[in-house]
Design a protein around this ligand. Sequence first.
Ligand code: SF4
Ligand code: MG
Length: 314
Amino acid sequence: SKPIMQIENITKKFPAFGGKLLTACDKVSLTINVGETIGIVGESGCGKSTVAKTILSMHAPTNGKILFRGKDITKLKGEERRQICRHIQMVFQDPTAAFNPKMKIGNIICEPLLNFNLIKKFQIKEKAQELLHLVDLPPDFVDRYPHNMSGGQRQRVAIARALALEPEIIVCDEATSALDVSVQAKIIELLVKLQKEKGITYIFICHDLALVSLFAHRVVVMYLGNVVEKIDGDKLEKAKHPYTKALLKAVFSVDEEKNQQIEILTGEVPSPLDLPVGCPFQNRCRYCRDICREVKPQLEEVEENHFVACHLQE
Ligand code: SF4
Ligand code: MG
């Protein structure tokens, strides 16, 4: 399949206290193919949301490029940026924050279409019903208000709204994290169905590797602003980075083994303002050696399409 987006060496720094700079993500590169699901996984503060916001043009990177259909979208402004945003939509963790509580669901879903003058007011109801159907909600939801729905239903509405402009890419940032496990599974099922029907590309950002492993074609593991491993979703059990392996123990193991996982991940995540020299994972890694405290490991291809940043691989 063809690449739809190429993320090249994205670095984002934010000014912080005392004139320091916080590096939220550091030289992140990623090629995303048409119709695939990329899972970006890591604990909170690992830089995954920063990458998402950069993809969505919500902020410009400090360095690096994002090519969408071959065109760098990081420097676009005004109308050109707006037109690109049409093709890259988003679904966030808490749709209630994005929904106007006084608006009916039909209007919420069709708002992007009105903004782009793609429908007239009198067409809202019919169009909204069509979109509700796609996300398996009944047509009479057009007249409801956001507070009259469950969390799962609201997330379906958020997906319907994201679908309205027929985007090529949907970025989901912790889109199912606030939901019960059973509701989560239903939303994932829906996303997979929509992908099959429409060939949508997903960038699925999530702290839960177990969930991502169920449906992502490619998995990118981030730690403290760095990509530490990239691997095919169906090869996850071959992961090599000690951090990925620690996350995986929680996925594939029984309870006694989980204690071991807790052991590996006991150390605190260092402050992104005070990054250690060498490997960012060193203080939590049981395999840490001298070189790990001196030299930052770079991503190396260890097998076809499998990249790891760890000195153990050398
Ligand atoms: Fe552990 Fe060293 Fe690998 Fe970092 S580079 S993950 S400290 S073994
Ligand atoms: Mg986040």
